[in-house]
Design a protein. Structure first.
Length: 92
């Protein structure tokens, strides 16, 4: 692969990751919001105080942070693959 093509591929990968990173906030906030909202409506419907609201809030926080950790792991894995690919190309 020529240097120019490699540079363009690298910029393309960078932009893909940047666009994915813009959704990271939603990956964290949306499960928390949905869990709290569903819990609130369940509590209203069943008359259970704040049991479901708190339970689903905690579950939403767990899911949100799981999404963030999964994203970071994917970035690390892609970075390792990219470095290995660059190293093998440099050895050739």
């Amino acid at each position: 692969m020529t240097k120019n093509k490699r540079e363009r591929a690298s910029w393309g990968a960078l932009w893909r990751e940047a666009l994915r990173a813009t959704t990271l906030g939603w990956d964290l906030v949306l499960p928390i919001f949905i869990g709290t909202l569903v819990g609130y409506f369940l509590d209203q419907w069943l008359g259970t105080g704040h049991i479901f609201t708190m339970g689903l809030l905690v579950l939403g926080i767990g899911v949100g942070y799981y999404n963030v950790v999964r994203f970071i792991r994917q970035l690390n894995e892609r970075d390792r693959e990219r470095k290995a690919r660059e190293q093998s190309e440099a050895e050739e």
